[in-house]
Design a protein around this ligand. Structure first.
Ligand SMILES: Cc1cc2nc3c(=O)[nH]c(=O)nc-3n(C[C@H](O)[C@H](O)[C@H](O)COP(=O)(O)OP(=O)(O)OC[C@H]3O[C@@H](n4cnc5c(N)ncnc54)[C@H](O)[C@@H]3O)c2cc1C
Length: 402
């Protein structure tokens, strides 16, 4: 008997999960609020809330997931590997340096342009006969009983009603589905917005990623395809973003980067348009209720400081697919509430580790007290000198240890 699976939310997580399920011959309906653009031309995808100006540092594990989906060859032209990571603090003496060669791995991961990743995922979803994509449709009602989940949605003037054995809610940080189920969430506003853009520097990036903690906020500079292009993610205090956005502030922004980084990247020559993203941590109290499971940002939205959010979501999705394949092979119910609870329990350890790590990095480096700063820099030095720590941290960051 054909079992119905619905995914609500076609962001990067919903699209990736739909492809993972289809690869296992599990058919799925994917509902997305935004009307996707058509790609009749060779240009990159126009702006979409999920396929945006950002770049994503994909861990090695995430790259493996896309290799398994036979997508990596198409993604690769807009991705670039990271061979080295440098962590420093402005005005501090400590420095930690991680080298892929030393850790005996080909790279720490790949930085990919979201616009390209989104476009490739969407094109694959559209081609896949096991995925029914319904876009431009807003889910407005969700209820469930012992045997079915029912949703209602609006597509323009039209009302749609659908039922499923399993509903996967990948509808983002402010998840409608989470709220409709009455699932609470711990919300922590970091009082920061991330300023995101692409810059050009006079020195080639050499595939080095920098994380530099500065009084303005932790600044990440990652290599991009093209020797001199780098991705910038700079979380700054909420309310100060007007200082950095807009073409009239281009030079001011480049000067601030130069001052914060010194000449490690050479001269900051050009900047693209800057975009801002408010930053908060949102952790759902439960991820599985009855026949509904939360995925992606709907389950946990975290600070982008270490580029772990999407990687964590992909690992969740990968494990959920494993549970669903097992159910299917045993001809069991794909929406079995106990199976979904078992999935949630299996994911908690990895999720807690990543969430705690990212949150403590943000909080640990935001205090400018000189004593704390000294302790932090001693920590960075120790990290650089004590044998055995680096391989462990590197393998966590690459998503190889979960
Ligand atoms: C500045 C920044 C940089 C980042 N960098 C990295 C990085 O380098 N590495 C990394 O691993 N992670 C990174 N992340 C995290 C990553 O971006 C997120 O984890 C990821 O985008 C989550 O995707 P999602 O599909 O769960 O959510 P979303 O992208 O929010 O998608 C949710 C989708 O659901 C749809 N939707 C919502 N409500 C409804 C409804 N009622 N009906 C139908 N559809 C609905 C929305 O339209 C949307 O398309 C970064 C985050 C930020 C803010």
């Amino acid at each position: 008997m054909q079992q119905e699976v619905i995914i609500v939310g076609g962001g990067m997580v919903g699209l990736s999960l739909a492809l993972m399920l289809a690869k296992q011959n599990i058919a799925v309906k994917l509902l997305e609020a935004i009307k996707y653009p058509n790609y009749d031309d060779v240009n990159l995808a126009p702006y979409h809330s999920s396929f945006d100006a950002r770049n994503t540092a994909l861990s090695r594990r995430s790259v493996h997931i896309y290799q398994d989906l036979s997508l990596w060859e198409t993604l690769q032209p807009y991705a670039t590997p990271i061979y080295e990571v440098n962590i420093t603090e402005q005005g501090g003496f400590g420095k930690a340096r991680l080298l892929a060669q030393q850790e005996k791995v080909e790279s720490f991961g790949q930085v990919i342009e979201n616009a390209w990743l989104g476009r490739v995922l969407l094109t694959e979803v559209r081609k896949n006969p096991l995925i029914e994509l319904i876009d431009g449709v807003q889910v407005t009602h969700l209820s469930q009983d012992d045997s079915r989940v029912t949703i209602k949605a609006e597509q323009g003037e039209q009302a749609i009603a659908l039922q499923a054995n399993l509903l996967i809610a990948a509808d983002g940080r402010d998840s409608f589905c989470r709220q409709a189920l009455g699932i609470g969430a711990d919300v922590h506003d970091y009082d920061q917005v991330a300023i995101v853009t692409t810059v050009q520097t006079s020195k080639p990036h050499g595939h080095v990623g920098f994380e530099r903690f500065s009084p303005l906020g932790p600044l990440a500079l990652l290599p991009l395809p093209g020797e001199y292009r780098r991705s910038v993610v700079w979380p700054v205090k909420k309310g100060t973003e007007h200082e950095w956005l807009g073409s009239e502030n281009d030079q001011h922004f480049l000067d601030a980067l130069q001052q914060t980084y010194g000449d490690r990247a050479g001269k900051f020559e050009k900047t693209g348009q800057r975009f801002s993203y408010p930053l908060s941590q949102v952790l759902a109290h439960k991820q599985a209720v009855g026949r509904v499971v939360l995925m992606g940002n709907a389950a946990h939205t975290i600070h982008p400081v270490a580029g772990q959010g999407f990687n964590l979501c992909l690992r969740d999705a990968h494990v959920l697919v494993r549970y669903l394949v097992e159910q299917r092979d045993q001809q069991a119910d794909l929406g079995d509430p106990n199976m979904l609870l078992a999935y949630e329990a299996a994911r908690l350890k990895d999720q807690k580790r990543v969430i705690t790590f990212c949150d403590s990095v943000v909080k640990g480096f935001s205090n400018q007290n000189p004593l704390l700063k000294f302790a932090r820099n001693t920590g960075l030095l120790a990290f650089d000198l004590i044998p055995g720590i680096k391989p462990l941290v590197a393998s966590y960051a690459m998503g190889l240890k979960a």
